[in-house]
Ligand binder design. Structure first.
Ligand code: DUC
Ligand code: ZN
Ligand code: ZN
Length: 468
């Protein structure tokens, strides 16, 4: 099966030029001018459109269950939403149950992911380090293509690990081409502030933000960088939101350490003013870290310009606002209305490319190539997917997005394609709209029409992680 995409403006992290792309057997077979349209060739006119590599979102939580809550998007619904937003691969988190086996957590995740309509990889969340953990990490890295692990310095009594556990995990990952990702917030500081807020009867959503200050993020980021320096293991700071953390990352990078960081779409476009929404509405922006004041937002844009932030991901961790139709456990009401009982997480898998293209490229803040680098190429390189994914090159998977740079439209949750009943970007006036999406050469989105299929995605065993 062959497909020809004609006359598109091909944008990669390195290049920006008009040409044709020939796809054969799911891969890019040729890039050039006047590529001949032969018999049986499906042809798409991309005149006036950008041709981008499929987006790669390396931070999602699909069908992810905890004791009290369960994200609402399945791999089927989340994958469909991702595809409509131009994302053709996600690297999603699977969980170790405390005291349990990593491999068991991974196998359970693989079963849940079987219905995915887009390609998926997995990171493993490590919550404790037992006698078999190092061997299981080795097996995941060398046998299963799971080459990144996430640990938390937040959530005492649940996900938080101590420095010793971080060091052990870093050592184990570093031996086999693995990378350690860390959720950096000082769990003790937050626990104290939350305790005080609750005792004072301050239970409204804005206290989520007030009890998770930038300093708590900055302290943990600095500490974790020091641990990674000791072990020499590549470190990836997830969902960086605060100026203090960015400064720690920038300083580490100036010293040549293998430290990379992502921020998320919402930290670039929203501020802590969102917590002033009336009543329980502020629960929609209860995510961790929280949205920050404008000075942090500006710092993040400077971090992107300086190259200290390498990736923009979503941290898509969706809970509906209403308890119905999916049930309270899948909603912001899973634990009642007190801020510290509200599940942490927000949606964004469908909006990422549109919001960043519109607010970044169309406004002149980012070049189209830098946009591709942040949303596809750097994630692919840092997480062992490149050059199969993340670029437009002969031999790469034909994961392609055709985007009309002139189209203007308004983002509405009601028009979304996943299960979410709200969007962080409701009413956002966007410039640029995705017209067609191809996954390994198959068109899975055409305008408003869904052509993908459940189970049509593949699990991608990734190579070594941690370098660009
Ligand atoms: N960290 C995440 O990465 N996602 C959701 C909540 C959290 O704390
Ligand atoms: Zn986190
Ligand atoms: Zn997350």
């Amino acid at each position: 099966m062959s497909t020809l995409i004609k006359n598109g403006r091909i944008v990669t992290a390195a290049d920006d030029f008009v040409a044709d792309v020939l796809i054969e057997d799911g891969r890019i077979a040729a890039i050039g001018h006047n590529l001949a349209a032969g018999n049986g060739l499906e042809t798409h006119d991309a005149g006036g459109l950008l041709v981008l590599p499929g987006g790669i979102d390396v931070h999602t939580h699909l069908d992810s269950e905890s004791a009290t809550s369960h994200t609402v998007d399945t791999f089927a619904s989340g994958g469909r939403a991702a595809a409509f937003g131009g994302t053709t691969t996600v690297v999603d988190f699977c969980n170790q149950i405390r005291g349990g086996s990593l491999l068991a957590g991974f196998e359970a995740w693989r079963r849940r992911a079987e219905c995915t309509p887009i390609d998926v990889g997995a990171h493993m969340i490590v919550v404790d380090f037992g006698p078999s953990t190092a061997a299981e990490m080795e097996r995941l890295m060398t046998g299963e293509g799971v080459t990144s692990f996430k640990l938390f310095t937040a959530y005492p009594g649940a996900l938080m690990v101590d420095d010793g556990t971080l060091l052990q995990a870093m050592r184990a990952a570093g031996r086999h081409g693995g990378q350690i990702s860390v959720h950096c917030e000082n769990g003790h500081i937050i626990q104290m502030l939350v305790g005080e807020a609750v005792a004072a009867g301050n239970l409204a959503p804005r206290h989520h933000m007030l009890t998770r200050p930038p300093l708590a993020e900055g302290e943990a980021t600095q500490r974790v960088i020091a641990l990674a320096e000791v072990t020499g293991t590549p470190l990836y700071i997830v969902h960086l939101s605060a100026r203090q953390s960015l400064e720690a990352v920038a300083e580490a990078r100036r010293r040549g350490l293998a430290v990379h960081a992502e921020t998320c779409t919402h930290y670039l476009f929203l501020t802590d003013a969102e917590y002033d929404r009336p009543g329980f509405e502020g629960a929609k922006v209860i995510m961790s870290p929280p949205l920050r004041a404008a000075e942090h937002v500006e710092a993040l844009w400077r971090g992107i310009a300086a190259g200290d932030l390498s990736v923009v991901s979503t941290d898509h961790c969706p809970y509906t606002f209403a308890a119905e139709p999916y049930g309270a456990k899948h909603s912001k009401r899973a634990g009642g209305e007190a801020f510290h009982k509200v599940p942490n997480g927000a949606p964004g898998i469908e909006e990422r490319l549109h919001v960043l293209y519109s607010g970044g490229v169309a406004t002149g803040r980012l070049s189209a190539s830098r946009f591709v680098e942040l949303t596809a190429t750097a994630p692919a390189k840092l997480f062992g997917l490149y050059p199969k994914k993340g670029t437009i090159a002969v031999g790469s998977d034909a994961d392609l997005v055709l985007l009309d740079p002139e189209a203007r439209w308004t983002i509405r949750a009601a028009d979304g394609h996943g299960r979410m009943d709200y969007s962080l970007f409701e009413g956002f006036e966007a410039t640029g709209r995705i017209k067609k999406v191809f996954l390994r050469g198959e068109m899975i989105v055409e305008g408003d029409t869904w052509l993908g299929r459940e189970g049509g995605g593949q699990f991608i065993a990734r190579g070594p992680s941690g370098s660009l």
